[in-house]
Write a protein that binds this ligand. Structure first.
Ligand code: ADP
Length: 453
């Protein structure tokens, strides 16, 4: 994934945008403040220069043929006053030491010379034209304000840090309800528990809280729908199971007494379909229970080695009847904690598939071993195999690679529910199950289970 701004999470994006905006806003405001302050201060200095020089012009005196000014007025508030004759030759007063030579005496005009402001007045005193010049330096003001500006620049990293922290704090707070929504949704998914709710504060009226309330209402409706569906499947399975058992029993009885071969064939077909229906309803019932309850029904200590041995022996007989050979090797004293009925059902499903989908004179091998902290079961056959395309689908409900085959009376009846049930049973015991296969060569089912604690 490209690592740019747009690939960031929404919280990071907002933090960056908000902190950048606050940062720029504060920076621009401070800079403007410094600039405006500097200009105002300069304007004040200029005004004062004009006022002082105009005031001084009124206070010019003659002392023993010399045109002079009170010494206290010569340098006042950093404003230097000097007097010049009509030929612009210096007569009296003082100038700042670093003031450059400057001969423009245009009167009544404020002029900027280097870091100085200069203001000249032309006046006739005692029958003589003179110039009164006022000079003030703005170097100090410039210095003060450029120091202020550098101070603003120096505070930028601190400003950046605080804006990011502030933005992060508020965004995290604002996103807490979203995190709560995600957390609950993930929990519903992992625990398959639709009774969970987000339950945000009902009094808050913002959009996120409204979204959470909408989700909660949605979960309510979904939960109701699932309960109804589960109830329906369970009721339907129960209702079908009893008549199916009656049909099976009656068919078996009728088969014993039937003499006519045509009737016998018809009864066998009915029996085959009734058995398939009966198996499907029991598997459906179990699967519906499984989907809504992650807890194992029974939780007892089981000697899996003994249980597997009994099942393998039975299946060996079945296999031999079909002309197949079944060998097994079971390590002694492997114990698990769980439900013996369910584990039996899972093992029988795997064995009966290995028999059902085998070929003439085929072989089946079963091993059960335990390593340090894991039990391994492996059932391999030399049967028809499963194509690469179909392999991931075998765990889906009602999936059958060859649907036509399971519709033919006399063939093994398949429901497409066996492997989903095996998967649920093994996983409900904390284990895993997977399959590998090669078409026309055979299939291997491998499962693991945690040993008894
Ligand atoms: P079914 O009742 O049809 O056997 P399962 O859920 O047990 O249902 O299996 C689903 C499908 O997976 C089967 O219809 C079959 O196509 C395929 N399958 C399962 N086990 C094997 C096997 N050992 N060899 C070949 N195909 C298999």
């Amino acid at each position: 994934m490209k690592n740019n701004f747009f690939s960031l999470g929404i919280k990071s994006k907002l933090t960056i945008l908000i902190s950048a905006s606050i940062f720029l806003l504060v920076f621009i405001s401070l800079t403007l403040l410094v600039l405006v302050g500097k200009n105002q201060h300069e304007a004040q200095i200029k005004n004062e220069l004009i006022n002082v020089i105009e005031d001084n012009a009124q206070k010019i005196r003659k002392r023993s043929n010399l045109i002079v000014l009170d010494s206290a007025r010569i340098v006042k508030n950093n404003i230097y006053t000097s007097l010049y004759n009509e030929n612009k030759v210096f007569m009296y007063g003082e100038m700042p030491p670093d003031f450059p030579p400057y001969n423009d005496f245009s009167a009544g005009k404020l002029k900027k010379v280097a870091q100085f402001y200069v203001y000249d007045i032309a006046k006739n005193v005692y029958g003589q034209k003179i110039f009164i010049r006022g000079i003030v330096s703005v170097a100090a003001t410039k210095q003060t304000f450029s120091s202020l500006f550098y101070l603003v620049l120096a505070t930028l990293p601190v400003l950046a840090f605080f804006t990011v922290m502030l933005a992060r704090f508020f965004i995290r707070k604002a996103f807490r309800p979203v995190e709560q929504i995600i957390h609950v949704a993930q929990k519903i998914q992992s625990n398959k528990d639709l009774s969970l709710r987000i339950n945000l504060d009902n009094t808050v009226k913002d959009e996120i809280h409204a979204l959470a309330r909408t989700f909660d209402t949605l979960f309510d409706s979904l939960e109701q729908a699932f309960i109804k569906e589960k109830q329906f499947t369970s009721d339907a399975s129960h209702e079908i199971r009893t008549p199916a058992s009656v049909i099976i029993a009656q068919c078996e009885l009728a088969l014993e007494n039937a003499e006519n071969e045509q009737n016998k064939e018809a009864l066998r077909t009915i029996l085959w379909h009734a058995q398939k229906m009966s198996q499907m309803t029991s598997q459906l019932l179990l699967l519906t229970k499984a989907e809504h309850c992650t807890e194992i029904l029974e939780n007892e200590e089981i000697n899996l080695s003994e249980l597997a041995e009994i099942i393998a022996e039975q299946q060996q007989e079945e296999a031999e009847e079909k002309g197949l050979s079944l060998t097994y090797s079971i390590q002694d004293n492997i114990f698990v904690t769980g439900d013996p009925t369910l584990l039996t059902s899972a093992l029988i499903n795997l064995f009966s598939n290995a028999i059902k989908y085998n070929k003439k004179d085929g072989k089946i091998n079963f091993t059960l071993t335990q390593t340090d902290n894991l039990i391994h079961g492996r059932i391999s056959d030399t049967g028809i195999g499963i194509s690469e395309e179909n392999l991931p689908k075998i765990w889906e409900r009602f999936f059958q690679a060859d649907k036509a085959r399971s519709k033919k009376p006399g063939e093994y009846y398949g429901t497409g529910l066996g492997l989903p049930l095996v998967k649920w049973i093994i996983e409900a015991h904390g284990g895993t199950v997977d399959a590998s296969s090669s078409v026309n060569k055979g299939t291997i089912f491998h499962f693991t289970l945690p040993p008894k604690k």
